[in-house]
Structures are given as C-alpha cells and as structure tokens.
Design a protein around this ligand. Structure first.
Ligand SMILES: [Zn+2]
Length: 149
C-alpha cells in the first residue's frame, strides 16, 4: 500500500466547492464512522493516527505548535508549561467536542494524538497526551496533560 505525503493531499481542484467541508461531515466520520468500524479500539487507533499526523506536520517551537493547531482549525490552544517534562494544553472550540452535550465519556483521541505528535517535534522527545477534560464531561473546553519522556 502506497504511503501518501501531505504535499500530495494539498492539491485541491474544486473551483466551486473550495477546500472546506462542513464540520458536521468531519464529526460524522470521526465520531460515528470511525468508532463504529474500530469499536472499542477506536480510541487507541485514533490516538496513533493523530500522533502520525502531528509528526508529519511538525512544529519547531510552541508558537509554531499553536499556529498549526489554529491553521488546521483543530481548535484554539492555550499552552501552559508546568515544568521541563509536563505541559497542559487547553483546547477551545475543539473540532470534535465543542458544543457536545454531556455523555460522560471523552473521545478527543485524534486531537490528543495530534497534540502529542506535534509536541514530539517541538521538544525532540517522546510525548504522551492524556485527555482530562472535554465538553462531553461538562466543561466548555478540552484539556490534555502532556508528558515528555
Ligand atoms: Zn475535544
């Protein structure tokens, strides 16, 4: 199976429809489609996909990290550096969960992975991201704990 590069995906020829799609479509694919096909393993699989995406996009520093997250419209990030190995990323207007009603479960695994993948490039270390807050558990933003190792 051939592996495609980000450059190959960027060439969009849609003179009338343009390069944007409704967020509703993304959420159908993401929250209904992928979870249904991948089942219980969807969280881990989406996290791994996200990590690969974050690694491919890359970021040189925390400003570039924020720029990429905003440019891809994943959300509006706020980064708090706790110490050398620990950061907290708050994500406002999260692509997956912003506006979601309370369900009691968190499922922003793709976003969590993308954040970890980007942070690996920023710090040139391994990164693990754990989601700790979400609209779906009663907050009005998403939050991720990042551990660098
Ligand atoms: Zn979210």
């Amino acid at each position: 199976m051939r592996e495609y590069t980000i450059e190959e995906l960027k060439n969009v020829v849609r003179p009338e429809l343009g390069d944007s799609v409704p967020l509703e479509l993304f959420r159908i694919l993401r929250i209904i489609g992928m979870r249904e096909i991948l089942g219980e393993s969807s969280g881990a699989a989406l996290y791994m996909i996200g990590k690969k995406v974050g690694n491919m996009i890359g970021a040189s520093d925390l400003e570039a990290f924020k720029d990429e997250i905003i440019k891809l419209r994943i959300g509006k990030p706020e980064v708090e550096v706790i110490d050398g190995d620990h950061l907290i990323v708050k994500l406002y207007e999260c692509i997956t969960c912003a506006g979601f009603t309370y369900t009691g479960e968190m499922f922003c695994d793709l976003e969590s992975g993308i954040i970890a993948g980007l942070m690996e490039k920023v710090y040139n270390k391994k990164a693990r991201s754990t989601q700790v807050k979400s609209w779906s558990v009663g907050y009005n933003y998403c939050e991720f704990n990042i551990l660098l190792y």
